[in-house]
Design a binder for this molecule. Sequence first.
Ligand code: ADP
Ligand code: MG
Length: 245
Amino acid sequence: MVEKLYEGKAKILYPTEDEEILLTYFKDDATAFNAQKRGQIRGKGEINCAISAALFEWLESLGIPTHYIDRPERDRMRVKAVKILPIEVVVRNIAAGSLCKQTGLPEGKILPYPLVEFYLKNDALGDPLLTRDRLAILELATPQQLEQIEAMALKINQHLREFFERCGITLVDFKLEFGLDSGGQLLLADEISPDTCRLWDKAETDPKARVMDKDRFRRDLGEVESAYQRVQQRVLEQIAQLRNQ
Ligand code: ADP
Ligand code: MG
């Protein structure tokens, strides 16, 4: 096996013969609260790889440029190598998580419009929320890139919201990462999975029972594996339906 390029909390990156292509291996490892809480979710690697691959492929078909190439194995994805911008882009439709903690908004409050937020991708600093001026001063992206990222994030939100709605799932919020390919083109990168999205089952009203994402692990709600499996099943069913249309 070739030596890994980088090991993160959820994935390992391997080089390939083509320097413009990376192999991403999705791990079962789960972390929360800036890696203070660690564990494993059985089958998560394969599930997140399958969900991400399906969603990237589908977004690509709708004109969103992504890093996705293919999925040679169940837990492995080939992607275009990009220079990841050190910004975590969060889109929120409903108040949850740190937004509630920091503002006092009640969990579950529907936001008047989708909120796009930028956080610094830096575990040592605790991924702090960035203001426009902090973004400009840190020169993490050009103003044009930021505008493009925000527009892309909102478009992705529209597509994903509608998609998950058809799955009987409410898309509460999610995190995106973007990168620049060798030609300087901005691509959607990383993953879209129950690790990076808050997903609530529309059939459940109970605030614990409805959770289908990593919050089950964060908040020790149990039945983490089965929640991830149910998301995978609904996503893949929906993709198959859209293909047959
Ligand atoms: P983290 O611990 O930072 O969350 P992950 O384990 O989720 O990391 O992912 C590993 C790393 O891969 C992350 O730093 C992520 O930004 C990076 N990455 C994702 N897609 C690409 C890509 N196409 N090219 C290069 N790096 C990527
Ligand atoms: Mg990650």
